[in-house]
Design a binder for this molecule. Structure first.
Ligand SMILES: [Zn+2]
Ligand SMILES: [Zn+2]
Length: 248
């Protein structure tokens, strides 16, 4: 029986690979977003964090996000700023868009997904303009990784060098899985993914193996639901070391 399961898993993996290959044929990957960052020096802590909202996102969530970040990253941010809503121009909106099928949605329509670089340049400019230590984007748009265009429909991605991150709520919504809308579950998922990406900006690219730690890698929605929105003991120790290093 376990053998059969392993086999099924293998077949599923190959099917995924094949699907990616097929959908990629005929798509030329545009390298149109060369990132320009005039102030790319290292992160100094504590700092100011800015949150910019892209697309149709209920701004009410900001206070919840802010409270939780202040709680788990105690003393890391002397301010968390709501930078409001950002609207793409139609020209930028259509740049770098990939059209892909999404199996989970029972529709035959292709979904437009946006490269993470599209957000990064706007975030970098805003970070410099507002004199922020780091900045994150929250969007309801589906995203794919600019560094690896095989990685589609991401929950989030952090760019350590440019001190910015993008979190996509596209697959965090309850109705995406044909279950009734639930604001509390949605808020929890968004908060976990934000903590995770901000965690990368502070702790680096590594993931944690603790089942409940927010720094655990999640590939599927139930993996996000299973983990907590907090750091484990080990990750908290790492945060403490950073506090010591920067003397706060
Ligand atoms: Zn991660
Ligand atoms: Zn951990």
């Amino acid at each position: 029986m376990p053998n059969l399961q392993r086999y099924e898993q293998k077949i599923r993996k190959y099917k995924e690979k094949l699907k990616n290959l097929i959908t990629r044929i005929g798509i030329s990957y545009p390298k149109e977003f060369e990132l320009i960052d005039e102030v790319s020096e290292k992160l100094i802590l504590p700092c100011q964090l800015g949150i910019l909202f892209f697309g149709d996102f209920d701004i009410i969530y900001f206070e919840k996000i802010k409270n939780h970040l202040n709680h788990v990253f105690d003393s890391f941010f002397f301010d968390i700023k709501n930078l409001g809503e950002y609207n793409f121009t139609s020209e930028i909106f259509s740049k770098g868009v990939k059209k892909e099928y999404k199996e989970m949605k029972k529709s035959s329509n292709k979904i437009k997904i946006h490269p993470t670089n599209k957000f990064y340049q706007i975030l970098i400019d805003e970070r410099i303009k507002k004199n922020l230590g780091m900045i994150i984007a929250i969007t309801n748009l589906p995203i794919y990784s600019s560094t690896d265009d095989n990685v589609l429909f991401l929950y989030g991605e952090a760019h350590l060098k440019h001190r910015c991150a993008v979190i996509s709520s596209f697959e965090l919504k309850e109705n995406y899985y044909n279950t009734p809308e639930n604001h509390s579950i949605f808020a929890k998922r968004v908060i976990k993914e934000i903590c995770h990406e901000v965690g990368h900006l502070i702790l680096g690219p590594d993931h944690c193996h603790d089942n409940l730690c927010v720094m655990r890698f999640s590939n599927e929605i139930n993996e996000i639901d299973k983990k907590s929105s907090r750091f484990c003991y080990k990750c908290n120790l790492k945060l403490n070391e950073i506090r010591k290093k920067f003397n706060f």
